[in-house]
Write a protein that binds this ligand. Structure first.
Ligand code: PLP
Length: 424
């Protein structure tokens, strides 16, 4: 029998519910705090920037949340996504391990981010929002949100980190193609942006600054809300569609994964991939979770575990997380989407409780992993996703050394066809 395997699900088999890990975690998350008073944030306070249904999803402990019909139908445009065995990579590494990857690059904008942009746009639409404002680093989130805004009739305004804006003109074109507006950040549209530019004309921007600008814009406009592409509980909730599908796909071939890997920027594709396996882990099954991040932005491996803001200006709630400090401006490296100073509180807590391992990989190793993977498996990965590939390769080599027939699965969060200039 061929080692080649592609495991598909039909649209009918796509999960009808998202999985909420807050129902099962054996510990409490430290609550978000109001940035001015440092008091525990009330859900109503989140209502200023997010629509009610998303505020509820941020705090609910209900285990399964039904995917609304309209969201399900939009998911069905590109989901379920395939689970593919990287058999050429296995042969190349001469490993006894089986390596599978869940391919999220099949989405309309080429990454997993549409898994949450679609429900976020939907819940804003039913709540009367007219304009959604956001920030984007490498541009993936901006494109995903502008696509979703188009589907549900919302105006989308995007603040894009200036270095990426200049390096990735295609992303801007896609945002415009789907009808979204995009400005390089820091910009002259906001007081905070002007202040940053006064201090330094050449400020390259950061996600923290772009979030500050987006929030300022939300407070200025009527019927405007904010959207975040990672970090928050509701974002990870929507992304669980990834892990839930992986589970069903492995059930089909009667296999259980031993190691589950994702790259880590803010924690959404990693969370979406591993969280549905938390119940198994808690019941004593031997499953390892591995987060892969860049050495140049080593949030989980070198950050401090403490309360910090999500943005540079200090407008967002304080969240308990691993952080490199909200003023952190990462060096210009290719891993655009993995340059956030903080982490998702859920992911941070799992790491803190030793339920999740994290490693930091340098640019050479991830780049080499991307090169090998494209040649062997035929997909040019997003630079972010290459960190997960590099992590999987390390695990496969470990399995070879220990002569273990491990099952390794990683999420390939996106393709890199719009990142070729970064690779060059
Ligand atoms: C945004 C992005 C990431 C990083 O964000 P997470 O929230 O950590 O998932 C990773 N891969 C791709 C392709 C992205 O677009």
């Amino acid at each position: 029998m061929s080692r080649r395997e592609r495991i598909y699900l039909s649209v009918e088999e796509m999960p009808k519910y998202w999985y909420n890990v807050l129902a099962d975690l054996p510990f409490q998350l430290d609550p978000p705090l109001n940035p001015q008073t440092r008091e525990v944030l009330k859900p109503e306070e989140l209502g200023a920037i997010f629509p009610q249904p998303l505020v509820e999803q941020e705090v609910t402990t209900e285990r399964f949340i039904k995917i609304p019909k309209k969201v399900f139908d939009e998911y069905a445009v590109f989901r379920p996504s395939p689970l593919i065995r990287a058999s050429n990579l296995e042969e190349y590494l001469e490993t006894p391990a089986k390596i599978y990857y869940k391919y999220e690059g099949v989405s309309p904008t080429g990454s997993h981010k549409t898994n949450t942009s679609i429900p976020q746009a939907y819940y804003n639409m039913i709540s009367g929002t007219k304009t959604l404002v956001t920030e984007t680093g490498a541009g993936q989130w901006g494109t995903a949100l502008s696509y979703a805004g188009l589907k549900f009739g919302l105006n989308i305004e995007v603040y894009m980190v200036k270095t990426s804006f200049e390096q990735k003109p295609m992303r801007k074109l896609i945002i415009n193609f789907f009808g979204g507006k995009v400005s390089p950040s820091p910009s002259l549209n906001t007081e905070f942006g002007k202040k940053m530019l006064d201090i330094d004309r050449e400020n390259p921007g950061s996600l923290g600054i772009a979030i500050s600008e987006a929030l300022e814009e939300v407070f200025k406009k009527d019927n405007a809300k904010y959207a975040l592409g990672s970090v928050l509980n509701h974002v990870l909730l929507h992304q669980t569609i990834i892990g839930l599908e992986i589970k069903k796909q492995f059930e089909k071939i009667n296999i259980k994964p031993d190691v589950i890997i994702g790259c880590h920027g803010g924690g959404s594709n990693l969370g979406g991939t591993i969280l549905p396996f938390i119940p198994e882990k808690l019941s004593g099954e031997k499953i390892e979770f591995l987060a892969c991040e860049p050495k140049s932005c080593p949030t989980l491996t070198e950050g401090e575990y403490r309360y910090d803001n999500g943005d540079t200006a200090g407008l967002t709630p304080l969240m308990m997380m691993y952080t490199l400090g909200k003023e952190f401006i990462p060096p210009k490296i290719h891993a655009g989407g993995l340059r956030y100073h903080g982490s998702a509180p859920i992911i941070a807590k799992l790491k803190h409780e030793n339920m999740l391992n994290a490693i930091a990989l340098d640019q050479e190793e991830t780049f080499e992993a991307a090169r090998i993977f494209s040649k062997l498996e035929g997909i040019i990965p997003a630079p972010e996703s290459s960190h997960a590939i590099a992590g999987a390769i390390r695990e496969a080599i470990k399995a070879k050394e220990n002569k273990e027939e491990k099952v390794i699965v990683f999420t390939l969060s996106g393709h890199g066809l719009l990142d070729l200039t970064a690779y060059a």
